[in-house]
Structures are given as structure tokens and as C-alpha cells.
Design a protein around this ligand. Structure first.
Ligand code: ZN
Length: 233
């Protein structure tokens, strides 16, 4: 069969279809890899954000604790001042002031307890998140590495196929080749096989006279998609 120029041409077409399939596999693996990398980056950014939130909470608690210490100091100072006062009017006024400060101090204490509880919960949630991120990260990193290997293997195979293709080209009749390359500029797969009397690109069903023409001439222009059709044996 190889002596027929058309057979050599079809062998090239099928070779190209195989290269296209490999390229498609490589592109799919590449997209998959990118998706995983983006997901990893997002998860990592989320953790950073949670970490920053925890830090802000700790700072707020520190500020609140400083306020409380200041209040306590003020109350103690006023208590000492009260003991030195003689006038009962002044003592009552100062006691009123101290009472107000004590209320503020109690509120501040309650607030700090609430804040500590919230921070503790947030910290636990963060640790859980960190743990699940680490676990996920290990498996994702493995998957990404596997995809890298797969992409690399496919790349190597594509290069090897393309080298073989160059050798194969020398056995193809120039007229076929010129026409084929011309068509390939417009569409990736301009020559496709017919399977069960159907164009495998556009699923156009061949009529009787087209079936006969295909048998005799071995090739035919598809009326559905204008690709060149050939018969496989
Ligand atoms: Zn077609």
C-alpha cells in the first residue's frame, strides 16, 4: 500500500491527528496544573488574611488591656485623694466619680474576656484551616509535580513525532502536501476519515453516489464541512 502516494499522504494525516491529540492532552494537563496552582495561591492568601485578622485581634486586646490598666491606676489615685479630703461634699462628688470609673473598668474587663474568647475561637479555626491547608497542599503539590512530569513527557513525545514527521514528508507527493498545508492554515484537521459512511468531523451522512465515489476515488470533499474525506480500510 505504501507505494500509493495517497496512502503515504493519509499516513501523514493520521500522524498529524495523533500529534494534535498529544497537544490536546498536553494543553489539558497544563490547564489542570494552572487551576491547581491558582487554587493553592488562593488558599494560601486566605490563610495570610486569617493570620492578619488574628494579629489585629491581639493588638485590639493589648489596647483594651492598656486602657484597663490606666483606669485602675486612675481609680487608685482618686481613692487616695478621697482619703485626704475633709469636706463631705467633696468626698461625695469624688465617690460618684470613682463609681463611674469603676463601671467603666467593669465594662472594660467584660469586653476583654469577650475579646479573648473570640480570639481563642479564631485561633482554633485558624489552626484547623492551616492543618487542612497543609494536608491539601501536600497532595496538591504531588499532583502538580505529576502533571509537570506528564506535560514534560508529552512535550518530548511531540518533539519526537515532529522529527519523524519531517522524515515522513519526503515521501509525500508535493501537490498533496502543498494543498494540505494550505488547508491546514485555515483549519487544524482539513482531512478526516469517514466512518460508517459519516464524516467524522461534522457528521455529514454520505449519500449513495458519494459512497460510491469514495470507494472509487478513495477521496471526496465533504458537503457538510468541505474537508477532504478519505476511507479507512
Ligand atoms: Zn464534514
Amino acid at each position: 500500500m505504501e507505494h500509493n502516494p495517497f496512502d503515504a499522504f493519509i499516513a501523514l494525516v493520521e500522524f498529524d491527528a495523533h500529534i494534535t491529540m498529544l497537544e490536546h492532552k498536553r494543553d489539558t494537563a497544563s490547564k489542570n496544573q494552572q487551576k491547581k496552582q491558582i487554587a493553592q495561591q488562593k488558599a494560601s492568601a486566605l490563610l495570610d488574611e486569617l493570620r492578619a485578622q488574628l494579629k489585629r485581634m491581639q493588638l485590639d486586646i493589648k489596647t483594651q488591656e492598656a486602657d484597663l490598666a490606666h483606669l485602675e491606676k486612675t481609680i487608685a489615685t482618686k481613692e487616695r485623694a478621697k482619703n485626704l479630703l475633709q469636706s463631705s461634699k467633696e468626698i461625695i462628688a469624688l465617690e460618684r466619680e470613682i463609681k463611674k470609673l469603676e463601671e467603666q473598668r467593669d465594662a472594660s474587663e467584660t469586653r476583654i474576656i469577650e475579646m479573648l474568647e473570640t480570639a481563642e475561637k479564631a485561633h482554633l479555626a485558624f489552626e484547623q484551616q492551616q492543618k487542612s491547608f497543609d494536608d491539601q497542599n501536600i497532595s496538591e503539590t504531588k499532583e502538580i509535580a505529576l502533571l509537570t512530569d506528564e506535560i514534560h513527557a508529552l512535550e518530548t513525545e511531540i518533539i519526537r513525532y515532529n522529527q519523524q514527521r519531517t522524515i515522513q514528508l519526503s515521501s509525500i507527493e508535493k501537490s498533496f502536501l502543498d494543498e494540505y498545508e494550505h488547508m491546514r492554515k485555515k483549519i487544524k484537521n482539513p482531512v478526516v476519515p469517514v466512518e460508517k459512511d459519516v464524516c467524522t468531523a461534522c457528521f455529514y451522512v454520505l449519500n449513495e453516489s458519494e459512497k460510491n465515489a469514495l470507494v472509487h476515488k478513495r477521496r471526496l470533499l465533504c458537503r457538510g464541512c468541505y474537508r477532504l474525506l478519505y476511507r479507512t480500510f
